[in-house]
Design a protein around this ligand. Structure first.
Ligand code: KIV
Length: 266
């Protein structure tokens, strides 16, 4: 396994060369070692940790301190993967607050990039961070920080008007200076259309096979999340027999394009 640290430039080169980016969420030191050994390219230290580690029903209660604790645990041992850390809900409501908190995620949490949810509505915040040399990943489509009811976890951009609005979000984030784009729970066709329309790498989670990379919540792809899971989740542990083998199978499936298959797409 190549040990060269994955940089943003390398992620752009992978997009250019058509090599798919294998990304997973990661929240602690032990999994950091396992995921890096299995060839994962990029981590999202996501506020999904509120659900899979902390037992909340959603991501809204997650604090900046929670994010710093887990991001630093990953950064302490991380050697290879590019690390994107979520700004939690309520931590980026004004440009000044976003900058102060993003700087903490970088300096104390070892983030290479911060991620925030929203498109046009967040473009001014993204621009402010980018102007202060904080790399930013946008997140469009389904925005978990805005979900208050379980039934709101649903596919976005199914009709022409909402699909067009998501495309506008993608352009707004790019113009504001975002360096990467996560797209969650949108039709596969729209995922491909946005990937073709922007120049930054796109990472899909339920956004079809034509994104530049894929991400899943680690606990979901290991089959240890309780409750009903969205159709894009695949349990890679079921057939693999061990956690390292499951992660390696995920990396292989993303790279060779067999994940996501049609049954995982909207
Ligand atoms: O919070 C999270 O884990 C995320 C990814 C799954 C995209 O935002």
């Amino acid at each position: 396994m190549e040990n060269t640290p994955v940089t943003l430039e390398i992620l752009y080169a992978m997009r250019r060369e058509g090599e798919k980016i294998a990304c997973l969420t990661c929240y602690d030191a032990s999994f950091t070692r396992v995921l890096e050994s299995a060839g994962v390219d990029m981590f999202i230290i996501g506020d999904s940790l509120g659900m899979v580690l902390l037992g909340y029903a959603g991501t809204a209660p997650v604090t900046l301190e929670n994010m710093l604790y887990h991001a630093a645990s990953v950064a302490r041992v991380g050697r290879r993967c590019y690390r994107v850390v979520d700004l939690p809900k309520g931590s980026y409501d004004t440009p000044g607050q976003a900058l102060a908190n993003a700087e903490r995620l970088v300096s104390e949490g070892g983030a290479h990039m911060v991620k925030l949810e929203g498109g046009v509505a967040r473009a001014a915040i993204v621009e402010h961070l980018a102007n202060h040399d904080i790399p930013v990943c946008g997140h469009i489509g389904l925005l978990p920080q805005s979900v208050s009811q379980p039934q709101d976890y649903r596919v976005q951009g199914r009709d022409a008007a909402s699909a067009a609005a998501i495309l506008v979000d993608a352009h707004a984030l790019q113009e504001a200076g975002a360096g990467l784009l996560v797209m969650e729970c949108i039709p596969a066709g729209l995922g491909g259309e946005i990937t073709a329309a922007v120049s930054m790498p796109t990472i899909g989670i339920g956004a079809g096979p034509d994104c530049d990379g894929q991400v899943l919540v680690l606990h979901d792809m290991l089959g240890i999340t309780t409750g009903r899971l969205p159709r894009f989740v695949h349990d890679f542990l079921q057939d693999a027999g061990s956690i390292p083998a499951a992660i390696a199978a995920y990396v292989r499936a993303v790279k060779d394009g067999s994940y996501p298959a049609a049954r995982h797409c909207y």
